[in-house]
Design a binder for this molecule. Structure first.
Ligand SMILES: NC(=O)c1ccc[n+]([C@@H]2O[C@H](COP(=O)([O-])OP(=O)(O)OC[C@H]3O[C@@H](n4cnc5c(N)ncnc54)[C@H](OP(=O)(O)O)[C@@H]3O)[C@@H](O)[C@H]2O)c1
Length: 334
């Protein structure tokens, strides 16, 4: 089958270790199902894997990339693939209880392929209301954003949230979900165009990173929670933007680990700092139900064939795409 793999990691030239070519199809395995992938989606996780920052050891290479997919099982069931395999640290469904947690492409071959094998418990029915492209956008970025907003920050309608890094996949999902749930969403974006994008998704306002919440925004006060995935470039702004007693939910460090950590602010303002790794299978079902009920859909910024995955990754690395990049493996076959 055709698949996109990391064959060599390179911290500065990540795409140099990407190969799209023939790989063995998954072998049948008790308790696992092979899904024919109708659509996959790209995430920054794929870039981390190519850079050598996703924990892949040399002996695991080549590894098929990709954490997101929707597709069809051999008996014709239309599914979304939950990407978390193994026992998780907190309250996630353990589909392979004897294994430590991994995401697809970290230990088991990933979704950027014509087929992917997953434990049966990782299959979630795709609602008919969602297309395969839309459904493929959900298991990583959208599920993480859902968990950050509603489970970890426990936000409810009328409360406020600051989303750092407005145009990224995770941040775009958080803005869309937060707005649909009746939150006041302030987003940051580094350029006028990323700020305009954040507003188009439903952000109440979009400001430059570093803007004071109390003086520089219409909100005029600090927010109830901050969603942080940028790291070093925005961490201090995040801690200064949240109200005393509020929470900062962390899912990534795209720009590196922050220093100083501003711990004085954490204890003086009695802040809660929570970390998130994706979300549970149950939360993925809840997310799908939320989209069906509200009519909200992920924004697909680009669709590429599997043979063009390098171009899709390049656009993501360059910040040259708004919304998710969807990959259609079937587009390469006549
Ligand atoms: N823990 C988890 O389960 C989980 C799940 C999903 C993602 N993540 C992590 O979350 C991060 C985002 O993932 P993604 O797939 O959404 O990536 P993405 O689509 O590439 O988005 C990256 C975002 O980071 C912002 N950014 C990058 N450098 C910045 C800087 N120096 N200053 C301010 N903003 C900066 C960009 O902001 P602009 O809009 O201004 O360009 C962009 O919106 C990654 O680190 C990823 O690994 C973690």
């Amino acid at each position: 089958m055709l698949a996109a793999s990391v064959v060599r990691t390179d911290a500065t030239d990540p795409l140099s270790g990407l190969v799209v070519g023939e790989r063995p199809a998954p072998s049948p395995r008790p308790g696992w199902t092979t899904v024919t992938v109708r659509a996959a989606a790209l995430n920054h996780h794929d870039v981390w894997a190519l850079r050598g920052a996703a924990g892949l050891r040399a002996e695991q290479l080549p590894m098929i990339l990709g954490t997101d997919a929707s597709g069809v099982t051999p008996d014709g069931r239309e599914v979304v693939v939950h990407t978390v395999i193994g026992s998780s640290i907190r309250s996630q469904t353990a589909t392979v209880p004897d294994e430590p947690r991994s995401l697809l492409s970290e230990k088991h071959p990933g979704t950027l392929a014509e087929q992917v094998a997953v434990p049966d418990g990782n299959l979630v029915d795709k609602p008919a209301e969602l297309g395969f492209d839309e459904a493929a956008c959900l298991p990583t970025a959208w599920l993480t954003a859902y968990r950050m907003l509603f489970r970890e920050a426990r936000l409810h309608p009328g409360q406020s949230v600051l989303v750092q890094g407005g145009s990224g996949g995770l941040a775009s999902a958080a803005i869309s979900l937060g707005a649909a749930a009746g939150l006041t969403v302030v987003a940051t974006g580094r350029t006028p165009s990323t700020r305009a994008w954040a507003r188009s998704l439903g952000a109440t306002e979009a400001v430059e990173p570093g803007t004071r919440m109390d003086r520089g925004t219409r909100l005029g006060r600090r927010v109830d929670a901050v969603l942080e995935s940028v790291g070093a470039a925005t961490w201090q702004h995040s801690l200064r933007s949240v109200r005393p007693g509020g929470s900062v939910v962390v899912a990534g460090v795209t720009s590196g680990d922050p220093a100083p950590a501003l711990l004085r602010r954490v204890f003086y303002d009695e802040l809660t700092v929570r970390g998130v790794m994706v979300g549970s299978r149950d939360e993925l079902e809840d997310l799908l139900a939320f989209l069906v009920r509200t009519g909200l859909r992920p924004q697909v910024g680009a669709v590429v064939a599997l043979t063009d995955v390098a171009a899709g990754l390049r656009r993501m690395i360059d910040g040259d795409v708004r919304g998710k990049v969807v990959v259609r493996p079937g587009a390469d076959r006549p």
